[in-house]
Design a protein around this ligand. Structure first.
Ligand SMILES: Nc1ncnc2c1ncn2[C@@H]1O[C@H](COP(=O)(O)OP(=O)(O)O)[C@@H](O)[C@H]1O
Ligand SMILES: [Mg+2]
Length: 298
């Protein structure tokens, strides 16, 4: 029976509170079927969160795990492109949206799959200009809740959540999925470290379990002469940072132009170049994350 609340219509379908309660129940029962929920996050943009999400998913799925990815970057979705599923149409089944299926049957849900065209921006229309900020936050939070609660994720070993830059989305996600484990991504630059350290503090204040830090774009091997050079000035500082912040070091991933090209082609790099230094580094990070969550089946 629909719950009644004063001031809000309680006539079945139009009872908003009852709908939210029902969605909360669906969220709970769907998430109960997901063994490990892992958020890939940073605070900083352009450091490789989406690339690492896509490739960790590929590594885990190729080990036989059931893997899903939720693209929580509602305004700048990249995951569908990186997994090559942009052309797929979403369909409905038993009141849930069937996710797109990527390589190794990775289930993908992203705002990108709901937008009609390549150049269509996500526009959150506010009732008035004045309250547009609050409105946008509220609508984004409900989009995230819907993606979690109303996608037919099924039974998953891992649900990886690719976070946008900034600190805005994470507290919402943490509330929706309290048993979330975080992976923090940085690049070896002081500018990135400054932003990322604040983000780690936020996650720690919220009590999120952090598997550790990944340093991305750490070093570059010249394809012509084979020499290894540093791309950023704070090379090697990641280890110092983890000590300062009291979290673990999950490893470093070198810059590899093929990693970027693979993302553009929609084929995860880790599936094609698993034996390369960057491929091995991604597998190492996956192993450390599995160790952290107590996953020893494969
Ligand atoms: N290790 C790497 N080597 C080469 N290119 C990379 C690497 N990591 C990320 N990139 C590229 O850098 C860009 C930003 O990465 P992306 O994963 O979108 O970052 P974020 O999600 O943090 O904004 C993308 O074009 C991606 O292909
Ligand atoms: Mg991204």
């Amino acid at each position: 029976m629909a719950r009644k609340h004063r001031g809000i219509a309680a006539d079945g379908g139009s009872d908003i509170v009852a709908q939210v309660v029902a969605q909360g129940d669906r969220l709970g029962s769907r998430m109960a079927l997901v063994r490990h929920k892992i958020a890939v996050m940073s605070g900083k943009g352009g450091v490789g969160k989406s690339s690492i999400t896509a490739n960790l998913a590929a590594v885990l799925a190729s080990q036989g795990y059931q893997v899903g990815i939720l693209d929580a970057d509602i305004n700048g979705p990249a995951i569908a492109k990186m997994l090559g599923v942009r052309a797929q149409n979403l369909s409905l089944s038993e009141n849930a949206i069937l996710p797109a299926l990527g390589p190794r049957s990775i289930k993908v849900m992203s705002m990108d799959l709901l937008l009609p065209g390549d150049k269509t921006p996500v526009i959150w229309e506010a009732p008035t200009q004045q309250n547009s900020f609050v409105w946008r936050g509220t609508i984004e939070a409900s989009a995230l809740r819907e993606f979690l609660a109303d996608t037919a994720w099924g039974e998953l070993d891992f649900l990886l959540v690719d976070l946008p830059p900034g600190t805005y989305t994470f507290p919402t996600l943490e509330q929706l999925v309290p048993d979330l484990v975080g992976i923090i991504v940085t690049i070896p630059s002081e500018v990135s470290h400054l932003v990322v350290k604040r983000f780690i503090s936020l996650a720690q204040e919220l009590g999120t379990l952090l598997a550790g830090l990944v340093e991305n774009m750490a070093g570059y091997t010249c394809p012509h002469c084979g020499k290894v050079g540093e791309l950023f000035s704070a090379a090697g500082d990641g280890e110092r940072m983890v000590a300062e912040m009291g979290i673990s070091y999950l490893g470093s991933i070198p810059f590899d132009a093929r990693l970027s090209a693979s993302a553009d082609w929609g084929i995860p790099f880790a599936l094609e170049h698993g034996g390369s230094p960057a491929g091995q580094a991604l597998a190492h990070v996956a192993a450390k994350v599995k160790e952290f969550v107590g996953e020893s089946r494969r």
